[in-house]
Design a protein around this ligand. Structure first.
Ligand code: ZN
Length: 192
């Protein structure tokens, strides 16, 4: 549902498009397609430990990767830096995307993008005491004694087993400053 065009502010009209009724700007600036939710999560290792936070917001008490939803108009790689800073007090560098999870939640397509990130050794995690009640680098051997989310555990174990190459942000000759293309780097060697 969109009552007004985000570009010109006119009241939207109903149009039929692709077999669906959609709200649209009468002047053609805008069509309201499906609403989605996009979250980001950070996989940050220090030696054989991984950064986890204990959630202070529902589901409370579960240990997960630092994560959160993107804000309006925020690029995903900016969102992940912001979220890790907010929840764990660390200034990270996002290396690239290692997983994308897509779930349907109450009829909304929810996309969760997990970045492999780096942080320098001098920084120590500090929980914000709101979204995260604790933030620290956790050894895998501790997982059974903590209430670690099953997906968080799967992401960590799968990454470590496969040593996935992150999909890094690349540039094309056509880029606007707001364009991100994340792509695999394992290219061919020049021969066909
Ligand atoms: Zn408009």
């Amino acid at each position: 549902m969109a009552k007004f065009c985000p570009e010109c502010g006119k009241s939207t009209i109903k149009i039929m498009d692709g077999g669906f009724e959609r709200d649209a700007c009468p002047d053609g600036h805008f069509v309201q397609y499906a609403k989605t939710k996009i979250g980001v999560g950070a996989l940050v290792f220090r030696g054989d430990r991984v950064l986890l936070v204990e959630r202070g917001i529902p589901p409370i008490g579960i240990w997960t990767l630092p994560s959160g939803h993107i804000e309006q108009g925020e690029p995903v790689d900016v969102a992940i830096v912001r979220e890790v800073k907010e929840e764990a007090g660390l200034d990270i560098v996002a290396q690239g995307v290692v997983f994308i999870r897509n779930q349907l939640q109450r009829g909304i397509s929810d996309i969760y993008v997990i970045f492999l990130c780096e942080v320098d050794e001098n920084q120590m995690p500090v929980a914000d005491e709101v979204e995260a009640t604790e933030a620290r680098f956790v050894a895998l051997s501790e997982f059974d004694s903590l209430n670690v989310s099953s997906y968080t555990r799967w992401f960590i174990e799968t990454y470590l087993a496969e040593r996935l190459q992150p999909w890094a942000w690349t540039q094309t000759p056509y880029d606007r400053p707001d364009t991100r293309i994340f792509t695999a780097r394992n290219g061919h060697d020049g021969t066909i």
